[in-house]
Design a protein around this ligand. Structure first.
Ligand SMILES: [Zn+2]
Length: 206
């Protein structure tokens, strides 16, 4: 049950503090909720790679953050707003896997690999009914396993990663390369009006 929500796009072309400023705005928004005083814990799900043993993140798609101490920084933001809460960091794929095993598609299965396919490809593992994040929180992150050794270079420095071929971004790029023309009326608003948005994303391909 979502009781209070807010969101910010990830700022581009800013430094590490610029990205953190957007996160601080999220904390500020949520602190205005009448439920703020009843919060008992803070969970952070971040794009990976993460290092949960140190509380740092180096998301492939957020170049401004390398070994960024997000856990400590968010804990400080919470404390500054009167909520010194226990704060826990997980990779977003691992967090999603925990939720799917608890309440979703993996419920009742002793072993599962859950995948996120969007801008990138993320994942997490359930082994013997337990979440298996590994020592640094990246186990099951299959997006940067190389499956085509002569494939295109990936932003992670490897070649032919699952993510560089099978992410939503890659699906849309492949379709455009094959001559696909996004259709009017396939935009997010479903409009067929002339000049309506043409959805050149993987959703549009589908
Ligand atoms: Zn990669």
């Amino acid at each position: 049950t979502m009781t209070a929500t807010t969101r910010r796009p990830t700022p581009r072309a800013v430094d590490a503090e610029g990205v953190m400023a957007a996160v601080a705005e999220v904390v500020a928004d949520l602190s205005a909720s009448p439920l703020w005083a009843s919060a008992v814990r803070c969970g952070i799900g971040s794009a990976g790679p993460v290092d949960t043993s140190r509380g740092t993140v180096s998301p492939v798609n957020i170049g401004a953050w390398r070994d960024f101490p997000v856990q400590e920084r968010i804990a400080a933001e919470l404390a500054a707003r009167g909520a010194a809460l226990p704060t826990v960091l997980a990779g977003d794929g691992v967090a999603m896997t925990a939720a799917e095993h608890w309440l979703g598609a993996a419920r009742g299965y002793a072993n599962a690999l859950c995948m996120v396919v969007s801008t990138g490809v993320g994942g997490g593992l359930i082994l013997n009914n337990r979440l298996h994040p590994g020592p640094t929180g990246n186990a099951g992150h299959i997006g940067h396993i190389s499956v085509a050794f002569d494939g295109a270079p990936c932003v992670c420095g490897s070649r032919g990663c699952v993510e560089s071929i099978a992410s939503g971004t890659a699906i849309a790029r492949w379709a455009l390369d094959q001559g696909w023309t996004p259709q009017a009326g396939s935009g997010p608003d479903g409009s067929d009006a002339p000049g309506a948005a043409r959805d050149a994303t993987a959703a549009g391909v589908a």
